[in-house]
Design a protein around this ligand. Structure first.
Ligand SMILES: Nc1nc2c(c(=O)[nH]1)N[C@H]1C(S)=C(S)[C@@H](COP(=O)(O)O)O[C@H]1N2
Ligand SMILES: [Mo]
Length: 443
């Protein structure tokens, strides 16, 4: 048998590990990897960290190719637990973007642990957030009496309101567009409907005086730009005055009766339900009453905009032909059972989910088990308040053993229905409200 030649470089590394583990890691694992990728996360892990993550010694560690991610870690569904969240699928870890699976959205009121996270920049460090000293500033060209409020002043001065409000990322469903569009490849879970408590944005704006020429409000948050450049903002969007002044538009300081989770905007966020959730500013520091359409970060270009007319997939659309997304389209999700369930043939099959329709109400939900050939009307509850999602429920019988798909299709109060397949392609992959479907096997 031939002797394996000893690698003197590796031998040296053994010794170097004892003296200077950081430098040894650099030599062994190579240059810093892309900080945005999950691979990068592992690639920068030292041998010691990797060993402890695996819970076992890597016996032939000195033969591992540089940069190799141990299969046991590479194949794990999530590289780490997000504090306060359970079961979310991580799409990106720097910054964290994570969505729920359909079955995790089954609760009438989305629990904090199942609410998706969509970060455009780096969230403010938790230990720098002090609710006692947190202030909200109201200003802008169209504000008569600019003012600053501490959180406790806001809470003391203005009446509190609680609403269950649905927020859905404008890019929810993006993963189905073809050709693919850039951005987080959300499937179905960038949506939730928690119960929010706060003061009405309207009450605070009226207190500060809204000038005649007010057109829009824009928010500023405490998160920072991914580049680290302090002159840039992560995101600063807003809504027209008519949306800002609605009863349900809240400056929220609580979610489901508790502090808002850190990643979801603690200690204060704007919530404007039914619109792309990008308008619901997190870690809120300032609201500007603008005399023009707000021009903050991600208001320009093709961010959160769709073509004013249908375009062929892959088309480049001029900026002047793009319109800012307002109310989101009608949509539904099957939250029970979980896709892949088996069901005894003779027994009645019950399924359920939620439906929502932006600023509108959902009028009907229909379900199909034959790929849309025939439809059964589902039971549908009224929303608990405007802009909350609505529970639907249906009972079905399967005609024989075999594989089925359960499709759900909602119709809004103006008669518009969800499309069965992916709707109009657009450059950024927004507004995919195609029917959700689950697999069920009758046995
Ligand atoms: N300050 C700030 N607000 C923000 C964002 C952000 O990155 N920073 N993301 C927006 C987007 S695009 C979405 S979809 C929602 C997501 O809210 P969530 O993370 O609480 O689910 O927050 C919006 N508000
Ligand atoms: Mo979003």
């Amino acid at each position: 048998m031939k002797e394996e030649p000893q690698n003197p470089h590796v031998r040296g590394l053994h010794e170097l590990y004892a003296e200077d583990p950081e430098r040894a890691d650099l030599l062994l694992w190579g240059r810093r990897a892309d900080p945005l990728s999950r691979r990068g996360f592992f690639r920068r892990m030292g041998l010691a960290a990797m060993t402890s993550a695996l819970g076992a010694e890597i016996v032939f560690w000195d033969r591992m190719p540089a940069g190799l991610i141990p299969a046991a870690l590479a194949q794990a569904p999530t590289p780490f637990q997000i504090e306060g969240k359970e079961g979310l699928v991580v799409l990106n870890d720097r910054p964290i973007n994570a969505e729920a699976t359909a079955d995790l959205l089954d609760d009438e009121i989305t629990p904090a642990k199942h609410l998706f996270i969509r970060n455009n920049g780096h969230p403010p460090q938790l230990d720098t957030i002090d609710p006692e000293t947190w202030t909200l500033e109201i200003a802008g060209e169209a504000c008569e009496r600019p003012a600053k409020f501490t959180l406790s002043e806001l809470k003391a001065k203005f009446p509190h309101h609680t609403y269950q409000l649905q927020i859905e990322c404008g890019g929810n469903g993006r993963s189905e567009f073809n050709p693919p569009t850039h951005g987080n490849q959300w499937t179905i879970g960038a949506v939730g409907c928690p119960e929010w408590t706060g003061v009405r944005l309207r009450d605070v704006l009226e207190h500060c005086g809204i000038k005649e020429n007010a057109v829009y409000v824009g928010y500023r948050g405490a998160d920072t730009h991914l580049s680290g450049d302090p002159t840039k903002e992560a995101i600063s969007r807003g809504v027209p005055m008519r949306k800002a002044l609605e009863d349900e538009t809240l400056l929220a300081f609580a979610m489901n009766g508790e502090d808002i989770p850190w990643q979801n905007g603690h200690p204060l966020r704007l919530v404007a339900g039914g619109w792309p959730a990008s308008v619901s500013g997190k870690w809120l520091r300032k609201i500007e009453i603008r005399d023009r359409v707000h021009d903050g970060e991600k208001m320009g270009g093709d961010s959160y905009k769709v073509p004013k007319y249908p375009v062929a997939p892959g088309t480049k659309v001029p900026e002047e032909d793009m319109a800012i997304i307002e109310s989101m389209p009608v949509k539904s999700v099957v939250t029970f059972p979980k896709s892949g369930a088996t069901h005894p043939l003779g027994e009645t099959f019950s399924c359920r989910g939620h439906a929502w329709a932006g600023d509108l109400e959902v009028k009907e939900v229909h379900v199909s088990i034959d790929f849309g050939t025939t439809w059964t009307k589902a039971g549908l509850k009224k929303p608990v308040n405007r802009l909350a999602w609505q529970r639907w429920e249906a009972e079905l019988k399967f005609p024989k053993k075999g594989y089925y798909e359960v499709w759900a299709r909602a119709v809004d109060s103006e008669g518009r229905s969800q499309p069965m397949l992916v709707p109009g392609w657009n450059p950024k992959g927004y507004l995919n409200n195609a029917c959700h479907r689950i697999a069920v096997q009758a046995v």
